[in-house]
Design a binder for this molecule. Structure first.
Ligand SMILES: [Zn+2]
Length: 137
């Protein structure tokens, strides 16, 4: 844990330390902003009740209550568990204008948010399974 620094509640680690702690898939998504193949992630069809935490730092990100079947191939949520636990940034990579969703604690890449969701928020948080860990209730 010698490389771990916390500033303003944020968690900072060296790339070497992240590589050691994360699986290659988790590292690719969280630290290199990779996107797992659609319909491949372990939580896409997950229906157990529980809390989804960040695979990088353990911060609470989404509640299973907000999860819905979007058919897009990734776990989808209508809202984060706490607004302050996710950061949103404009992403213009791959020739698209999208809003990137990041963990506010470790700055890990989670996925993107789109404005075509159901319900009161109208939002669809499209999140990589590899960025999440479910803690079943
Ligand atoms: Zn995190």
């Amino acid at each position: 844990m010698s490389d771990t620094r916390t500033t303003d509640g944020r968690l900072e680690k060296s790339d070497a330390e992240w590589r050691k702690e994360l699986t290659p898939m988790q590292y690719a998504v969280l630290r290199e902003k990779a996107t797992e193949r659609p319909f491949s992630g372990e939580y896409e069809h997950e229906h157990r009740a529980g809390t989804y935490i960040c695979a990088g730092c353990g911060q609470t990100l989404f509640e299973s209550d907000a999860k819905f079947d979007s058919g897009c191939g990734w776990p989808s949520f209508t809202q984060p568990a706490l607004e302050s636990h996710v950061d949103e940034e404009r992403d213009i990579s791959h020739g698209m204008v999208r809003t990137e969703v990041l963990c506010s604690k470790c700055n890990g890449h989670l996925g993107h948010v789109f404005e075509d969701g159901p319900g009161p928020t109208g939002l669809r948080y499209c999140i990589n399974s590899a960025a999440l860990k479910l803690q079943p209730k």
